[in-house]
Structures are given as structure tokens and as C-alpha cells.
Write a protein that binds this ligand. Sequence first.
Ligand SMILES: *Cc1c(COP(=O)(O)O)cnc(C)c1O
Length: 432
Amino acid sequence: MKTRNEALARDASDPLRGLKAQFELPAGVIYLDGNSLGVLPKATAARVQDVIAREWGQDLIKSWNTADWMHLPERVGDKIARLVGAAPGELIVADSTSLNLYKVLAAAIRIAQADAPERKLIVSERSNFPTDLYIAESLCAQHGLTLKLVDSVDEIPSTLNADLAVLMLTEVNYRTGYRHDMAALTAAAQAAGALTIWDLAHSAGAVPVDLNGAKADFAIGCGYKYLNGGPGAPAFVWVHPRHTDRFWQPLSGWMGHAAPFQFTPGYQPAPGVRRYVCGTPSVIASSALECGVDTLLAAEPLGGMAALREKSLALTEAFAALAEQRCGELGVYVVSPREAARRGSQVCLALHAPLEQAGYAVVQALIARGVIGDFRAGDPARLAEVPHILRFGFTPLYIGFAEVWDAVEHLRQVLASGEWQEARFNEKSAVT
Ligand SMILES: *Cc1c(COP(=O)(O)O)cnc(C)c1O
């Protein structure tokens, strides 16, 4: 992409351009943070209002049956299933990503300890999202297992051996945007006799996922990122059908019971993935999540996730190339993989010395200009290897090529003018 006019021409011929009308987007904002908090669908406010005023306000407790609140976890789960290569009935909406990871990792550990008690390792990446590692740390301590963290993708194959109980990976890395080869790693881990858990927080709604095709064991994912479910939206969990009725729910609550309204004192898990519901489903939040998921399903007649992926790759490739061409001399370099198959739907930039500490302020200066990305801190002791990251998520549902062009132009101006040095851009907030 050489000119802004070329960007405008690409937008004009984009078959997905109509999907943007589904969203409330504030004027003057280029929102490149849908990987952290998706935007508000236009349908959400009216839907939530209806759930509150009619289903709750007028119909009161009857709505558990008349509005089928009871099966919202399955209904929304079946819709998400269409985005991640799962079949109806295999995926359920519940709780948070962190909690769902706790459930599936506990279940995987239990299966591994029954089948192969000599396997003592859970393997993940040091660069995985911290909550995943914290949850794994806690479960390892409870079960006498060891959490082994690798520092690079190349180290993973050597860990796939007779010591491995569970390989626990996030398909698309939150910091770098690196995308694993889920099918190949799953096959290799299973050939070594281990189970796999995939965190799809940065995959669901961002890249095509084929859980059944990959024959993965367990997966979890997030509702408020690319699924546009709203802040703190419920998350989801999937289990391969071959584990159905064998896997375990460590948080054995009544809503995952086979017959919750018989109020029996003993726990009997519901058949299938419903057991991963613990307590009463969050009705209002799940209704908002459904509106978010519907914005992605609206792409199905236009080619679905494959078409969204094609546009996403074009957007991220254009952004990375422009950032290098137009901001390279100002210190910018691209951290996320340039190889399309290995990249999620985000581009991560970093700054060369002497600007290696400037990332946070540059992001703040961009936000002040209406270009919303975010900042993810690197390792202060090893900034050359783990740099501070300027992170930009690209959501093909509502981002176009002119916005890619404009975002890079703003970045160029922020760096060329030195405006990032202003004190107001250097004050740290709690959320970066
Ligand atoms: C965003 C994200 C989470 C979020 O977990 P919550 O329980 O929703 O706070 C977990 N794991 C990964 C990999 C993420 O990217």
C-alpha cells in the first residue's frame, strides 16, 4: 500500500465493509484494541434492555423457563462452536477464562494421573498470559506436579516425552501475536502420550480454529475480546467428545448437576460439557455476549471466519509493512511474525535504543490522537530479547485499510515530533 488513496480503494472494494454498521463506534477513533476489549455492537443495548425490563422486570422468575435462561450457556455456546470448529453441544459458556482453565487443567491432570501417574510435567511457555501460568502453578502445587516453562517455541518438541502429562498453550500469544500450529503440536503431544489444553483467548473470532480437526483435548476462550461480549463477559470451555462423561468438574456446583431441581444431596454431573457450568449462569452478561457473537456469525454468508481471516491478514500485513517503511528510521521494528500462518490478528511493534523505554508514552500519545492500541511491558532486565510492546489488534469486522494508513501516519508524527515526551504521556495508569 503506497498511498492513502490506495487504502481508500481497498476499502471501497472490500466485500466485508458492510459489517462495520453492526457497531457503535465513537467518531474520530481508530480502535486497534479489539483484542483486549471488543467494541459495542448496536444490538447489545436494546437486547440487554429487553432482558432487564421484560424478561426480568415483567416476567420475573418465569423467565428461567419462558425465556430459557436455563440454557443460555448452551445456546451461546453452540454459536461460539461455529467459530472454533466444534459441534453443537460440545462447548459451553460459563465463568471466566481463568476459572475455565482451572476446570480443564484439573480434569486433564486427573485423566493423566489415572492413565499415567508417572508423568509429572505440565509444559507451557514463559511468555503465556500470566493468569494461565498462575492457575497452573496452583494446580501443580496441589497435585505434586511440576510446571515447566519453555522460553521459545523451538524448545517445545523436546518436552513432548514420557514425563509430559499436559501441554498447555495459548494458540495466539497475547504479547507477540505468534500463532502456534495447533494441529501439529496437538498431534505431537498426543503421540507422546500427553493431553493438550488450548487457550483461544486471542483466537476465537480472530482466526479460524478447528478444534475437532486438530483433535485437541480441551479448550477455553474469552468472551470480551474478539467476541465483542462486553467487559468481563462470560468465557467458554470445550471438551473433545472422546472425553465426554469421563472428564471431571472440580467446581462441582448445582448448575452442572444432572438434575439440579431434584435438590438431591449427592453430586451427579450432567452428561457432557454442561457439567462445566458451576453456579447460576450470568443471564444479562450472557445475553450481551450473544449479541457480540452474532456480529461474527453475520459474516457467515460472506465467507465466515475464512473471509475474516483473509482480510485480517491483509490488514496486519499492510500495517506491519507501513510501520517498517514509514517509521523504521524513527526506531520502530515489528515483533510479531511476518509469516502469515504464524500470525494472529494483531501486530506488535517495539522501539530500538535509545527509545526502548518510550513505548508506554508513545501509546499514550497515540491514544490522545484517537488511535487506541495498548502497551504490554517487556522484561526490564532483558529488553533486547523481551522488549516493551506497542500492541495493535485488527478486527476485520470494523477496521479498514484507510485506518491502517492513518494509524501509521499518527505513529510517524508522534515519533517525528517527539510529542510522546510530554509529561502527561509518561504518567502510568493502573491499566495499560
Ligand atoms: C485475556 C486472557 C485471559 C483473561 O482471563 P480472565 O479470566 O478473563 O481475566 C486469560 N488467558 C489469556 C491467554 C488471555 O489472553
